[in-house]
Design a protein around this ligand. Structure first.
Ligand code: 1PR
Length: 567
């Protein structure tokens, strides 16, 4: 089999290459239009937006050869944008035309009842359940798969009868049904990312590749079936393991963990335990990033996050160890990977300018799915507000989301509480004040506070609130918010529910609750008390105090939908 992969120049295609390597398949990249003739199977692992993907294929003379290849009847597997290009057009950019093989447009999800992008794990229901035991069947009805997209092909056999014939599985998000896999003849496509969907996704790719050419090209069309949305969709909450990474005093990159962002050992500690050196004042060392990432993947983390917490000090593209860490981590984890720290315009020591989009691109090529922007997001929103809310297209958020899609841009917020006397406070954050409860902790009683944004890892406070930042970055094109709390970080006191609820209500993009998890019950509480899509923890996982599986079991037992580790 001459297996070829098509790279459309945007996003993380490395993960599919890593997956194929892990599964033991050899492949080549399509590097010129002639390669389409050499291929006997093609996988197109597209990511990002429809319009730039079509533009890239067209600019490289690959659009027509791709169309010809698909018409030739040889097997084609499109992932995410690789599936979307089969459609006619997208309301995202009406002037861009897709291959038009599936006669139906892609439309944006409604965001009145749910966060958009649809980012996370969801199920895929076979339209024709009799196919469940068929040898050509690769999608498991009991599994969850990782989705990340804002536009979809809605399942509506009455309005789009010809496209319904292509529907192989549908997925429900909120009350909307859409085509999550398509299949007809030689063409198969998944809206989700199997290469990021853990064991279930790897099995799907392996099955497709193992099927004989005849089996793969003889899939019958699906008969349109009327399907009505169920009361509840199959979307799950996500549990994220986060690693704060920095160089220790010996220059090695280590996973560290702060207490309210202070990552140095306290003055009274001076022991050595296992591999971890605990000298007073030393950078706390909780292990090696790649080994820990692999451990968390095996333990069932739905996503993994690596934050380079001191990268604001130097040029990240010169920071080869961090890129090497991402590359090595991406080879052994098959769930989404976010990388943060130092995603900004920078200048190398030799004077070479590196725009933020180039820095992000280096991480995507290394195997990251999303980049997380901290300090630069604050500066960008300050600028946006100074310009009366008018975007100028120059920020890192705008540049990266334009090139790679909004789903690739996370904004990490580092807020700190500012306490005020509610009786006398007359400042600009009056509407965002949270009032201490009479039975709350002593320092909160009779007081109120607002949440102030900081930059450079909490070292500098800015005149901007967490709500203002969250709303501003959504306007600029961020696809997700990672909401930390300096007050709660490392304390184990539980998530700051007031902060989380306030920010979640202020935006329509997904929000990840972070900082303060100390027990499995804290995860249950944050999902019950707020509408966040995901919860993240660091310290309790690093120290082995609570396992990811334990957290997931507790969340499931509370009746909250969560992905099974082995599905
Ligand atoms: O400003 O774009 O270079 O990004 C810097 C990134 O590094 C930001 O995402 C910022 O949050 C992070 N960062 C900077 N300094 C620190 C520090 O700890 N000294 N870490 C830091 C932030 C917070 C969380 C942590 C949770 C959960 N880490 O990510 O993992 O609070 O911890 P817990 O479960 O133990 O409570 P830029």
């Amino acid at each position: 089999m001459a297996l070829y992969l098509l790279d459309h120049g945007a996003g993380n295609v490395q993960s599919l290459a890593n997956t194929l390597k892990k599964l033991g398949y050899e492949f080549s990249w399509i590097s010129c239009p002639e390669d389409f003739h050499k291929a006997s199977s093609i996988i197109f692992p597209g990511q990002g937006a429809f319009d730039p993907s079509i533009e890239h294929l067209s600019a490289h003379g690959m659009l027509e050869p791709l169309k010809e290849y698909i018409r030739s009847g040889k097997p084609y597997f499109g992932i995410c944008v690789g599936m979307q290009v089969l459609f006619e057009a997208s309301t995202e950019c009406p002037s861009a035309r897709g291959l038009g093989i599936i006669p139906c447009p892609l439309e944006r999800f409604e965001d009145a009842d749910k966060a958009v992008p649809h980012m996370g794990w969801n199920s895929a229901d076979l339209l024709d359940p009799t196919l469940a035991n068929s040898v050509t069947e690769a999608v498991s009805p009991s599994a969850h798969y990782y989705f990340v997209h804002s536009y979809c092909a809605k399942y509506n056999p009455e309005k789009y009868p010809a496209s319904a014939e292509w529907a192989h599985t549908t997925t429900q998000y909120g009350q909307e049904l859409f085509l999550s896999t398509v299949r007809k003849g030689n063409v198969f496509g998944t809206q989700f990312h199997p290469e990021k969907s853990g064991a279930a996704g790897l099995a799907l790719i392996d099955t497709w590749l193992k099927q004989s050419q005849i089996e793969r090209v003889s899939a019958p069309p699906t008969l349109p079936i009327t399907r009505i949305p169920k009361p509840k969709d199959g979307f799950t909450k996500r549990i994220i393991a986060c690693m704060d990474v920095r160089a220790n005093d010996e220059g090695d990159l280590v996973v560290t963990k702060g207490d309210q962002y202070d990552v140095r050992e306290k003055a009274n500690s001076s022991e050595v335990s296992g591999t971890s050196v605990k000298a007073a004042g030393a950078v706390r060392n909780l292990g090696k990033p790649v080994a820990l990432a692999a451990r968390y993947f095996e333990a069932g983390a739905d996503e993994i996050c690596l934050l380079n917490i001191t990268s604001f000090r130097h040029s990240p593209l010169q920071d080869q160890p961090m890129l090497a860490v991402v590359r090595a981590a991406a080879e052994c984890i098959f769930v989404p990977l976010t990388i943060g720290g130092g995603i900004k315009d920078s200048v190398d020591p030799d004077g070479t300018k590196r725009p933020a989009v180039e820095v992000a691109g280096a991480y995507f090529r290394a195997g990251a799915d999303k980049v997380s922007i901290g300090s630069e997001a604050v500066y960008a929103v300050e600028k946006l507000r100074a310009a009366g809310g008018k975007e100028d297209g120059t920020s890192a958020i705008e540049a990266i989301s334009k090139a790679y899609g909004i789903q690739a841009v996370v904004v990490s917020i580092d807020p700190r509480r500012v306490y005020v006397d509610p009786a006398t406070y007359d400042g600009p954050y009056k509407d965002e004040l949270v009032y201490g409860k009479p039975d709350g902790p002593e320092k909160e009683r009779g007081r109120a506070w607002w949440y102030q944004c900081t930059v450079s890892g909490g070292r500098e406070a800015r005149e901007l609130s967490a709500v203002q930042l969250a709303q501003g970055v959504q306007v600029l094109g961020a696809g997700e918010i990672l909401l930390n709390s300096i007050d709660r970080d490392g304390t184990g006191l539980g998530f700051d529910l007031d902060l989380i609820d306030m920010v979640k209500r202020a935006v329509t993009i997904p929000v990840v609750a972070s900082s303060g998890a100390g027990t499995k019950e804290h995860f249950v509480t944050v999902f019950e008390e707020s509408n966040v899509e995901a919860a993240l923890a660091a310290g309790i996982f690093h120290r082995g105090e609570v396992g990811i599986q334990e957290v997931k079991d507790a969340v499931r037992q509370a009746g909250i939908s969560i992905r099974s580790t082995n599905s």
